[in-house]
Design a protein. Structure first.
Length: 91
């Protein structure tokens, strides 16, 4: 199975996009949610998968709902291009 077919790749890409849209670097997000920047790096590279409580903390730190992260990941997984994704999604 190719890495692009793995769900953690899409979540990692979604997290990275949401973080950059929030104009935060990895260190800034890590400080906001009380983790080390290496944790953010591991999540954004797909080396680590977040638990639901971690997803909630990430989303809170980004100022979005946690379902926004999974929605964005699902859009990417279904093949929607970055240019066609409205961010943040409508409530």
């Amino acid at each position: 199975m190719a890495i692009l077919a793995q769900p953690e790749f899409y979540f990692a890409a979604a997290l990275r996009r949401a973080r950059t849209e929030a104009e935060l670097n990895q260190e800034g997000l890590a400080l906001k949610i009380g983790v080390h920047a290496s944790e953010i790096s591991a999540l954004e590279s797909g080396r680590r998968n977040p638990q639901l409580k971690t997803m909630k903390r990430l989303a809170d730190g980004l100022g979005i709902h946690y379902w926004h992260l999974t929605w964005l990941a699902s859009q990417l997984e279904s093949g929607v291009s970055w240019a066609d994704i409205d961010w943040p999604p409508p409530e």
